[in-house]
Design a protein around this ligand. Structure first.
Ligand code: HEM
Length: 400
């Protein structure tokens, strides 16, 4: 039987099994030696995410991201802007920030982004030939979401490659393993991104276009607008939040089709199944595995008392494979209905970019499979990054 510590040490291929075993013992609530609480059952995860007054998102100050050298103005700037993004806020600050941007990412607004997604996908795939071996991570899935969001935001083509590195700089310091010179360099990259965004925002203020930065600059609700820092933080968040996650959906989804040839055949014979196939990919292999919260009040979950000040992590894998909610949950079934997975979270922080992530997968996966019907695993196998909270492929060689 798995122990909570196994979660930190298990190889990626065992992570799902460890989660299942922990979910089925101790009512699905465990404590790590660090004092962190772990919650793995669907109903508890959903309940907890919908109680922001008890389970707070104001966790940046206690996260590895906040550790910096305050004598370095660039590091101060990074913390000042990133610490204020809505992902790390509770109501009423979160309500205000989300209210100002939610219209720009509504399903209707997102459907207008389809043309950009199709163009970028076509641009990347046109560079490949049948039977060529590529790395689906570095040659496709890592580039696509970054280019799409750059295109939507109106980042000039010439700046896109720098923009991609800077965005990694923005998120890398949140990982506790990013230390020393690597950490300083990443934070400096994050600060360079902020500086770049400030210039971009200024240029759109004086000459608005039909891009997302211009829309965000003019977004207004009841006379309220985003300040300069809030705008830079919001744009950086959109850039970072959607990159690695969507990359993992595209790579993880492809690998699932390799692992389940019957489901791949079914999808090829009935392409209309693409929407439910994507939902099943999201359920079965969530790109984001754990969501963290800090407790503001004592609260009991599954008979275990959790206390104010404690960190709690909810397991999206645990919830998405909970047999109390899904029939035969360990079966990958692209026709599954209903499929109310929690991969995009729940409650007030529900993923703002979910319609865009779905759209990107809906365009990119059929294009990839349609253009290269012989798509198959490459000479060497996939490699995953050993990360706790994010499911990340480092490499996925494929033959087209
Ligand atoms: C498959 C891809 C994606 C997954 C699995 C995913 C997952 C999530 C999850 C679980 C949350 C909730 C975090 C929490 O409760 O603390 C979240 C929030 C968020 N996501 Fe995504 N995401 C994806 C793609 C995107 C994209 C493409 C964008 C934007 C371009 C985006 C922007 C955001 C933002 C801005 C938030 C914060 C919302 C808030 O605090 O109110 N995400 N995402």
């Amino acid at each position: 039987m798995a122990t909570p510590t196994d979660l930190l040490t298990a190889p990626p291929e065992r992570a799902d099994i460890v989660c299942s075993e922990l979910r089925e013992s101790a009512n699905g609530v465990h404590l790590l030696e660090t004092g962190w609480g772990l919650v793995l059952r669907y109903d508890d995860v959903a309940d907890l995410l919908r109680r922001p007054t008890i389970f707070s998102s104001e966790r940046f100050a206690d996260s590895p991201g906040a550790i910096h050298d305050a004598s370095d103005p660039l590091q101060r700037r990074y913390v000042e802007v990133f610490g204020e993004v809505m992902l790390f806020q509770d109501p009423p600050v979160h309500t205000r920030l989300r209210g100002l941007v939610k219209r720009t990412f509504s399903p209707t607004a997102t459907s207008r982004m389809r043309e950009a997604v199709e163009r970028v996908t076509d641009e990347i795939l046109s560079g490949f030939a049948p039977d060529q071996e590529i790395d689906l991570v570095t040659d496709f899935a890592d580039i696509l979401p970054a280019w799409v969001i750059s295109d939507i935001l109106g980042v000039p083509m010439a700046d896109r490659s720098r923009f991609r590195d800077w965005s990694t700089g923005f998120s890398a310091p949140l990982d506790p393993t990013c230390q020393g010179d690597e950490r300083t360099a990443a934070i400096h990259d994050g600060a360079a991104l902020i500086e770049y965004l400030e210039e971009l925002i200024e240029s759109r203020r004086s000459a608005p276009g039909d891009d997302l930065v211009s829309l965000l600059v003019s977004a207004e609700e009841e006379g309220d607008r985003l300040t300069g820092d809030e705008l830079a933080g919001m744009i950086a968040l959109l850039l970072v939040a959607g990159n690695e996650t969507t990359m993992n959906l595209l790579t993880g989804g492809t690998q699932l089709l390799f692992d389940h040839p019957d489901q791949r055949e079914l999808l090829a014979s009935d392409p209309a199944l693409i929407d439910s196939a994507i939902e099943e990919m999201l359920r079965f292999d969530p790109p984001f595995r754990w969501i963290g919260r800090v407790m503001r009040e004592d609260y009991e979950v599954g008979g275990t008392a959790l206390h104010a000040g404690q960190w709690v992590f909810v397991s999206l894998t645990g919830a998405n494979r909970d047999p109390r909610h899904f029939d035969d949950p360990d079966r990958f079934d692209i026709t599954r209905q209903p499929n109310r997975h929690l991969t995009f979270g729940s409650g007030i922080h529900y993923c703002l970019g979910a319609p865009l992530a779905r759209l990107e997968a809906r365009v990119a996966l059929p294009q990839l499979l349609g253009r290269f019907p012989n798509l198959r695993p490459g000479a060497s196998g996939p490699r995953c990054q050993p990360q706790f909270s994010v499911r990340a492929y480092e490499s996925l060689p494929v033959r087209l």
